[in-house]
Write a protein that binds this ligand. Structure first.
Ligand code: AMP
Length: 226
């Protein structure tokens, strides 16, 4: 771990709630390192590292990767220098055990979870969003065939790389992923509610409004960048 860790935001939401899109916007606006465990796993799978080989089967089936593997990867990421100014976590923690490990790791560095905003989206909307989601090969920038199409079909607006559909966004996997992950999300939401840091935001009002509402929930908890 770095010597210390600054502000910590845990962005919560079901798969398809818009966490990835909002995390990119917020991390830039707030000067926080965007740490997405799903992105870290996809990079490991692409690079065929031992971690990637272990994770791939779980990911393809829409299951969570075991905690021991996930936590080790997360702690390694938090040790990088850019985490010192503060982090925005996206996709971690996914259960109470992970939330407890995170609290302990942050506590050792004099930090804590400052705020855990939850992006709320009803389940039928999640299913339709996930089925239309495509992401770019280079950096995982997310698009939606109806909701947020790229300017040029099949090409990322940001970096020009090819867009593809994740295996776990294919229809046969979407339901299984949601069923497992909504249950786990409830646990994590309850954990942060009990710790007094949960903030709930309506995720169905459009990307810009959701960003505004998230900033309004986060900024008082972490202070502004300057
Ligand atoms: P995501 O991009 O956050 O939807 O994550 C994609 C996949 O990576 C998930 O379906 C899991 O298989 C795995 N994954 C990501 N984050 C975690 C985590 N915190 N714990 C366990 N598995 C995870």
């Amino acid at each position: 771990m770095t010597a210390s860790i600054g502000r910590v935001v845990v962005l919560l939401g079901a798969p398809g709630a818009g966490k990835g899109t909002q995390a990119q916007i917020l991390s830039e606006k707030l000067g926080l390192a965007h740490v997405a465990t799903g992105d870290l796993f996809r990079a490991a799978v692409r690079d065929q590292t031992p971690l990637g080989v272990t994770a791939k089967g779980f990911m393809d089936r829409g299951e969570l990767v075991p905690d021991a593997v996930t936590i080790e990867m997360l702690l390694e990421r938090l040790a990088k220098p850019d985490a010192e100014a503060g982090i925005l976590l996206d996709g971690f923690p996914r259960n109470t055990a992970q939330a407890e490990v995170l609290d302990k790791a942050l506590g050792d560095k004099g930090g804590r979870v400052n705020v855990a905003p939850l992006i709320e989206v009803p389940e039928p909307e999640l299913v339709s969003r996930l089925g239309g989601r495509w992401i770019c090969r280079a950096q995982g920038h997310p698009y939606h065939l109806q909701g947020k199409p790229p300017k040029q079909a099949g090409i990322c607006d940001v970096d020009g790389s090819e867009l593809y559909q994740r295996d776990d966004d294919k229809p046969e996997t979407v339901q299984a992923r949601l069923r497992q992950q909504l249950g786990a999300l409830e646990q994590v939401v309850g954990y942060y509610r009990d710790h007094g840091v949960l903030a709930t935001v309506d995720g169905t009002t459009g990307i810009e409004n959701v960003s505004k509402d998230l900033l309004a929930a986060i900024e008082p908890a972490i202070g502004s960048r300057s």
